[in-house]
Structures are given as structure tokens and as C-alpha cells.
Design a protein around this ligand. Structure first.
Ligand code: FEO
Length: 402
């Protein structure tokens, strides 16, 4: 393996020694059509330090990249910024192989790694703000609890003004380009927003506080090195500003109409609602859960001001495709949305009430009366759907930013 993989130089002192996963297509429910990377970094200080490891099946790739720079046994310290197994899966084996003097994690990280691996190795807890001397350089640890696990922390390399940010500022995209400035901005924005919406969204309030904390600390950041996707080394204010925007979730004049259909009655309603929204100048995303993945819905919802959901009634309930996406959206806790529900039924007709209840649990402000129809919508019902769209559009235009 030694001669196959190479480390990539990030600075004079830091190398990327991670792994590229070209084939992963599902990340606990988040579809990853372009694969991912698991980034690990080698800090070539007097006391050589490895920041994070990789998912277990990729250990040899990481070790091969390390060997292109140094013998792995020369690594003195390992820092685990995040215990999730895409970054720690091979940690016990790597410790056995490298035999570092010390391994560090946050206080919660120490417990989490113990609970995950039931492993004999000692992991030393580090506190928020604690520093670790590497001889000619210094690392500072910063707890970032719930971005996006309780154990999560950042590590800052003062000498290079480089922030190892674990999952934050990451994205799932397998590429040979290791730096964001080698990838088109539109791709970065799409993949970054998709990642934010599917992973970080529920913790948006903590993201804003953390960004404030970093600014208040006067931390100079020249480079952000996340655990997935490209490294940010130019114009890092661009991705930081996007994080602020995504975290604030200010609603725009955009509506996401999500539905699933059995015999197209609910689809006809969805189309009538969408047409009215578009006629009123609202940007519309019409998404059929028979065809679309839940990850795309939450991406579209990130900057939207309205969520309108439709389902026929199946066995006194909503269609399973709608239950899937509603469960996913509810868990991701989007904020600042208005909405409404609609749907068709054959006899009992509970779907609309179920959808309304979920919207309310999600704290979506239901601003239009729901529309339900028995069997197939005629022109009268389609007109009601059109009215529903107009009501949402009028409300959205009052509440949204341009
Ligand atoms: Fe990339 Fe939360 O692990």
C-alpha cells in the first residue's frame, strides 16, 4: 500500500491524509450521490500529530498516505475531534498500529469513544480552550457541542491559523480536488447547503453562537480544514457567511410543495396550488415523493418560506412516502415557515388532519385552510387549491426577504 496513495500538502506543516469514498450513497438517510471523503490531517510539528482518522474500511488508505510523508510510528499524538464512526471507526486499530504516546478527545468524546468501542486504550480529555504544545507549535481545543454531536470539538493550529473543523463547513463530495478554490462555486454552494440542511440544520442556533464565540475570541482563521469535502484556503469569509445565512433561515418568497399520490388526485391538487404560487411570483419547487429523495426536499426547504404538504388517505393515515419525509423534516427542525395541507381520499379521509398535526408539531404556521377532496378533484376543488396557493403567496410576500 505504501506506494499507492499520497498525502496532499495543505501548508508547510500540515498534510491531508484522508480517504476518498467514491461509492457511498447513503449517510444515515441522507443520499450522497457524489460520494464523500473522510479527511484526516497530519501536523508535522516537533511532536507529530494526527487529527482525526477515517471510516474503518479506509484505514489502509489513510496509513498509506501517512507513509508517503513519515513512518506512522513517528506520530506522537492523535486528536479525535469527533467520535462518529466515519472519523473514528479505525481509531482503536490505528492506536494499536501507531502506538502514539497520547490520544486526546473532548470530555464527552472520551466517554463516547468508550461507549462505541469498549476499548482498552486511554483517551485523555481536553477542555474547551485548553492548549497542547507540540514543541514548535501549539493546538487549541474548542468545544462545539451539538455541531453536530455532543462530543464535537474544533482544533486550532495557531502557527498556520488553521481550524480543523470536523463536520462543520464540510460536504459530501468525492473528488481529487482537495481545495475549495479548485471546485466551481455553484457546486460548493449546492453541496454545502445540502450538507448543512441534512446534518447541521437542527443545531442552527448553536452554529450562530459558535460563530460569535470564534469572532469574539479574535481567532484569525486563514484555512478551514473540515472532515468531509474540500479544504477552504481562499476567501473563507464566503463559506462563513453562507453558514450564517443558512443558520438564520430567513424565509424567501419560495414555496416547497411536497406530496405523494396514488391515482393522481393529490397530484392534480399539488399542481393547482403550485400554479397559483408561481402566478403570484413565488419560486416553487414541486416535489413528488414517489420520485424525489427526502434529502433534496430539505435542501430546497432551507431557504424557503413555505412548506405545503399533500397526501391521499391510505388505511386511515398518510402514504408511507409522506410519513418518511415528514418524519425526516420534523427531526431537522426547520424554522420560520408557513404552510398548509391538502389531499384526496376514498372514504375516511384522515390524511389532511394528520399532515396538519405534523406541521403544527414542526411549528409551521398553518396560514391557509386545508383542502381535502373525496376521490377525484373537479374544477371546484382545483379552484380551492388555486385559492390556497394564492393565500400562501400573499402571506409569504408579507413575511419573506427578497
Ligand atoms: Fe462526519 Fe458526524 O460525522
Amino acid at each position: 500500500m505504501k506506494d499507492i496513495y499520497s498525502a496532499i500538502k495543505v501548508t508547510d506543516n500540515v498534510y491531508w491524509v484522508g480517504a476518498i469514498d467514491w461509492t457511498i450513497r447513503d449517510f444515515h438517510g441522507y443520499t450522497t450521490p457524489h460520494g464523500s471523503t473522510y479527511n484526516a490531517y497530519l501536523v508535522m510539528a516537533d511532536d507529530i500529530t494526527l487529527i482525526d482518522t477515517v471510516k474503518a474500511p479506509f484505514m489502509d488508505e489513510m496509513l498509506s498516505r501517512i507513509k508517503s510523508v513519515i513512518e506512522p510510528s513517528k506520530i506522537k499524538y492523535i486528536v479525535s475531534n469527533h467520535s462518529e464512526m466515519d472519523h473514528s471507526g479505525c481509531l482503536p486499530e490505528v492506536i494499536d498500529f501507531i502506538k502514539p504516546q497520547k490520544v486526546f478527545a473532548s470530555t464527552v468524546g472520551v466517554k463516547t469513544l468508550k461507549e462505541l468501542f469498549h476499548d482498552k486504550h486511554e483517551i485523555i480529555p481536553v477542555k474547551d480552550g485548553e492548549t497542547l504544545s507540540l514543541g514548535n507549535m501549539e493546538l487549541t481545543f474548542m468545544e462545539t457541542r451539538m455541531i453536530h454531536w455532543p462530543d464535537s470539538m474544533f482544533t486550532y493550529l495557531t502557527k498556520d491559523e488553521l481550524l480543523f473543523s470536523q463536520d462543520a463547513f464540510g460536504m459530501h463530495r468525492a473528488t481529487f480536488e482537495r481545495f475549495a478554490d479548485e471546485i466551481p462555486a455553484a457546486t460548493l454552494e449546492y453541496e454545502g447547503a445540502t450538507y448543512y440542511a441534512n446534518i447541521v440544520l437542527p443545531y442552527s442556533a448553536i452554529v450562530l453562537k459558535t460563530l460569535e464565540k470564534v469572532a469574539a475570541a479574535g481567532l484569525k482563521i486563514k484555512i478551514i480544514a473540515p472532515d468531509h469535502g474540500p479544504i477552504w484556503r481562499k476567501d473563507i469569509g464566503w463559506i462563513i457567511d453562507l453558514y450564517k445565512k443558512w443558520a438564520l433561515q430567513k424565509p424567501t418568497a419560495k414555496a416547497v410543495v411536497v406530496y405523494a399520490a396514488m391515482w393522481r388526485s393529490t397530484e392534480k391538487m399539488a399542481r393547482a396550488i403550485s400554479e397559483a404560487l408561481a402566478q403570484a411570483g413565488v419560486k416553487v419547487r414541486l416535489m413528488s415523493m414517489n420520485e424525489v429523495h427526502r434529502s433534496e426536499v430539505v435542501y430546497e426547504l432551507l431557504d424557503a418560506g413555505a412548506l405545503i404538504v399533500g397526501s391521499p388517505t391510505l388505511n386511515n393515515n398518510i402514504l408511507p412516502q409522506m410519513a418518511d419525509v415528514m418524519t425526516y423534516l420534523k427531526g431537522l427542525k426547520p424554522v420560520n415557515k408557513i404552510g398548509a395541507a391538502f389531499g384526496s381520499y376514498g372514504w375516511s379521509g384522515e390524511s389532511v388532519k394528520h399532515l396538519e398535526a405534523i406541521l403544527k408539531e414542526m411549528k409551521v404556521d398553518v396560514v391557509a385552510e386545508s383542502v381535502a377532496v373525496k376521490n377525484n378533484p373537479g374544477i371546484d376543488v382545483l379552484e380551492k387549491c388555486h385559492e390556497l396557493g394564492k393565500t400562501i403567496a400573499a402571506e409569504l410576500q408579507k413575511r419573506s426577504i427578497s
